[in-house]
Design a binder for this molecule. Structure first.
Ligand SMILES: Cc1ncc(C[n+]2csc(CCOP(=O)(O)OP(=O)(O)O)c2C)c(N)n1
Ligand SMILES: [Mg+2]
Length: 818
């Protein structure tokens, strides 16, 4: 299906003026008759109660943190407490009109949001369902703690359950909502629509977009709110998230039946500060945050400034925006003004703002203002409000007693932590329905052309088959992708140029014939949001494959890869899965910013699986493995390899489905004198070197292709090194800090008694990658491999070195930092 939007030069060159519609600010007009009609007396009172309860919860944490004791309960809380005292009206208001299936994601300051969202859900969920959720959550262990000696109604018990689940999480306890693996800044409770909260400023923006994509693409009900602070408006990934969420293709190219844009509301809790920086008048230039909407699309993102000091104003805005979002007309931006009375954290002395300013906001406190409003209209009297205050104090005290006691609330063990780093499952489909495909698999023209190709690089007579007719590494990746698209209806792939172009290197070429736009699409040039929304999509229950054109662009998606994709399974205590494959192409020939192998960076990050196939057989078998798993995989590919045919599996790359065993390296050439271990495209230079070692020096080198970086099985490496007693490791990654040093260090320890020489690492030089014409003096070459073996491991009689790899040279290089 070719793209059909015509860009008309006459239209584009026409003079004119861009008209920008007005952006409303604080337009809510209280009308008690209407409000009573909409919510009823009991909910209007409940709003006050919820605000009080959140205030008491946060006050307790503040006192615990600063004084070490609350209502006679002594406790030292070591972790953070970013409190939202003063912001309760904004958070409660946001949640009043949300249903349990609506998702909220938040920031480091989100205790109030979790509580408010869950309290609203308790109101809306039927009692039997409520019991079921509490009984099933963490096998009922959290419920058991609060139901002991509990008297009263089920909803009251559910409230305790929420308060305890959040507080025990903040205190790092086993029966906290995420078994203490998330803690204060990351607690959440999915069954009530409270999704992960992020300690990275703005981190929730692109994850929320991914969740909204999941809802839209899979026709799930509800909207997604990504709540972040005003300070987050300065973060690149937030702008990227907004760009991606506002792509016009949702209206212009996607099937109408999908329903339009993802239902995402970016809710900025605008308290005018990002730590000590004032976003109004100092660190940002927007003056009114809502203005940002005007730059994004012609609807101004339906942006509004809302008075977060009136919960009903926020509730009204969310309600109106929800309709827009459900009709596919998002994204929406809310500039919800609020103020935090407390410091950024309890250690904050508030030196960046005046006492007068804090007092002025305290004088118009949203909770007090709302109480007066209810009293004025006869919906609450003074004694009732005191009763409520008394009740919330007792409740918070009780929960604090439970959550601070190590006897009642123990911590998890190291074994548990280890068990949740990966989910290690195989899942054919993430949703139960038929996969949407535009044509049958065998009607796809690429499938038809691949069918004519030779799946082994040589003919029976031993002659190499012409390149054009070889089934390549690129074809192998295509086959794995298409297969999984047919199996998993909720699988999507996106990135820059993913559709007609077929991904930067044509891996997907032809896939657009088979897949509708909502399953394969181009995105804005937003690597952070591409990776982050992939994470949001995956954690919401789907499977995503995102592509980063060049490994060097991982830097742009740094937070998403290092902090988000890698950590949410473990931070959720294994409750969330992350079936996400990030395809990363390792370049060459394009100089310093397009040619680096950064496998070592991700090898260092716990929580990621890292793979790097070097042959078509592995490309297909390993991508099959990654695409059926439930863990995040950084899947490295090499631009040097896309065009190669299969040279090792003589039967050829199977047409049928197969998987390569996870973590297992493979011997590519057997030998007895020396083991050469390679990662990625360096394999082929290692094999050339092994050939020359054999022919010229009668040294028999075993060549092992590591294939996997994490997890990695060492046994085959240990066996080989034990047999040969000599090990050289090589890859195209720069030598300093290369993952190969880890393998070398482990092997040195594991086979120390059998070694006849040092375990040596040969990488690229510790320079920038030079222009294509100079690459031979940068990347490891066959000659370097032989030279380093000669100089450091096994002298080769008569060998004349062309490079210096001796001790003096290694010391010199390190001394110069190169
Ligand atoms: C990427 C990143 N940079 C800096 C920080 C440190 N930090 C934590 S909160 C914060 C201020 C955030 O301001 P805002 O987004 O307005 O949220 P608020 O604290 O006002 O709720 C900063 C700078 C961080 N956690 N993440
Ligand atoms: Mg702020």
């Amino acid at each position: 299906m070719p793209k059909s939007i015509f860009i008309d030069p006459d239209q584009m060159r026409k003079p004119g003026l861009i008209q920008i519609d007005n952006i409303p600010m604080n337009q809510y007009k209280p009308d008690i008759k209407e409000e009573l009609k909409l919510y009823g007396k009991s909910i209007l009172r409940k709003i006050y109660y919820d605000m009080l309860l959140i205030r008491e919860f946060e006050t307790m944490l503040d006192i615990i943190k600063t004084k070490g004791s609350y209502q006679g309960i002594s406790y030292k809380h070591q972790g953070p407490a970013h409190l939202s005292l003063g912001q309760e009206s904004a958070t409660v208001g946001m949640c009043i009109n949300l249903e349990p299936e609506d998702y909220i994601f938040g920031s480091h300051r989100s205790h109030g949001e979790i509580l408010a969202k869950c309290f609203t859900a308790i109101e809306k969920i039927k009692e039997e369902e409520l019991i079921k959720i509490m009984k099933n959550y963490l096998n009922g262990s959290c419920l058991k703690i609060v139901e002991k000696n509990h008297q009263g109604e089920l909803k009251d018990l559910a409230e305790d359950f929420i308060l305890y689940g959040v507080l025990a999480e903040i205190f790092g306890r086993k029966d906290g909502f995420n078994r203490g693996m998330g803690g204060s800044m990351h607690a959440f409770f999915v069954p009530f629509g409270s999704m992960p909260n992020n300690a990275i400023v703005g981190g929730s923006a692109d994850i929320s977009v991914g969740a909204a994509l999941f809802k839209r693409i899979n026709r799930k009900s509800g909207i997604v709110i990504g709540s972040i602070g005003d300070g987050a408006m300065g973060c690149g990934p937030v702008w990227e998230a907004i760009s991606l969420s506002a792509m016009e293709q949702f209206h212009t190219l996607w099937d109408k039946e999908i329903g339009g844009a993802p239902p995402i509301l970016f809710n900025f809790f605008n308290n005018f500060y990002g730590m000590g920086g004032q976003t109004y008048g100092e660190t940002m230039g927007f003056q009114y945050l809502a203005r940002i909407g005007a730059g994004v699309n012609s609807q101004n993102m339906h942006a509004e400034r809302v008075d977060g000091y009136n919960p009903l104003a926020v509730a009204d805005a969310v309600n109106r925006k929800k309709k827009i979002l459900l009709s596919g007309q998002g994204p929406v931006l809310l500039d919800t003004i609020t103020y935090r009375f407390s410091g950024h954290s309890p250690s904050d002395a508030s030196v960046y703002r005046s006492k007068k300013e804090v007092q002025s906001w305290q004088e118009v406190d949203g909770i007090e203002g709302y109480r007066k409003y209810l009293e004025k209209h006869g919906l609450l009297d003074e004694s009732e409000s005191w009763e409520m205050k008394d009740k919330v104090e007792k409740k918070v005290k009780h929960i604090t007693q439970l959550a601070t006691s190590l006897e009642i609330s123990p911590r998890v063990t190291g074994e548990f932590m280890e068990s949740v780093m990966f989910s290690n499952q195989s899942l054919d489909k993430t949703e139960e329905r038929k996969s949407e495909l535009l044509i049958k698999e065998n009607e796809n023209s690429r499938v038809q052309s691949i069918a004519k190709k030779a799946r082994y690089f040589q003919a029976e007579n031993g002659k190499e088959i012409p390149k054009m007719r070889q089934f390549t590494y690129r074809d192998a990746l295509f086959e794995a992708m298409l297969y999984r698209f047919t199996q998993d209806p909720a699988m999507v792939a996106f990135g820059e140029e993913n559709r007609e172009w077929g991904g930067a290197f044509g891996v997907y070429r032809g896939l657009s014939e088979s897949l509708p736009y909502h399953r394969l699409f181009n995105t804005s040039i937003s690597e952070g949001a591409i990776a982050g929304s992939g994470a949001g999509y995956a954690m919401s229950g789907g499977r995503a494959v995102v592509e980063l054109m060049y490994c060097d662009f991982m830097g742009r998606a740094g937070d998403e890869i290092f902090n988000q994709i890698s950590k949410w399974q473990a931070m959720s205590a294994g409750l969330l899965k992350m079936p996400l494959v990030v395809r990363v192409s390792v370049g060459s020939k394009y100089g310093a910013q397009h040619s680096q192998d950064w496998t070592s960076l991700v090898a260092h990050i716990p929580g990621l699986k890292v793979m790097f196939p070097a042959t078509p057989y592995d490309a297909k078998g390993m991508l099959n493995l990654a695409l059926r798993g439930t863990d995040p995989v950084l899947f490295f590919e090499s631009q040097r390899l896309y065009d190669i045919g299969e040279q090792f599996i003589t039967e050829g790359v199977p047409v049928e489905y197969y998987e390569v065993n996870e973590g297992k390296p493979v011997i590519r050439r057997e030998g007895k004198d020396l083991t050469i271990i390679s990662i990625g495209a360096t394999l082929y230079r290692a094999l050339e070197a092994a050939q020359e070692l054999e022919e010229k020096y009668q040294v028999s080198a075993e060549v092992i292709d590591l294939r996997f970086i994490n997890p990695l099985h060492y046994q085959l490496l240990v066996d080989s090194a034990t047999r040969t007693g000599r090990v050289l490791l090589t890859s195209d990654a720069c030598e300093r800090g290369s993952f190969l040093h880890n393998v070398a260090s482990n092997l040195s320890q594991l086979v120390f008694d059998h070694l006849d020489g040092p375990v040596v690492v040969l990488g690229s030089r510790n320079w920038i990658t030079p222009a294509a014409e100079l690459e031979e003096i940068f990347f490891p070459q066959k000659e370097w491999i032989i030279d380093i073996i000669h100089e450091r491991i096994l002298p080769l009689p008569g060998h004349e070195v062309s490079t210096t790899q001796d001790t003096k040279e290694i010391i010199r290089r390190n001394q110069s930092g190169v």
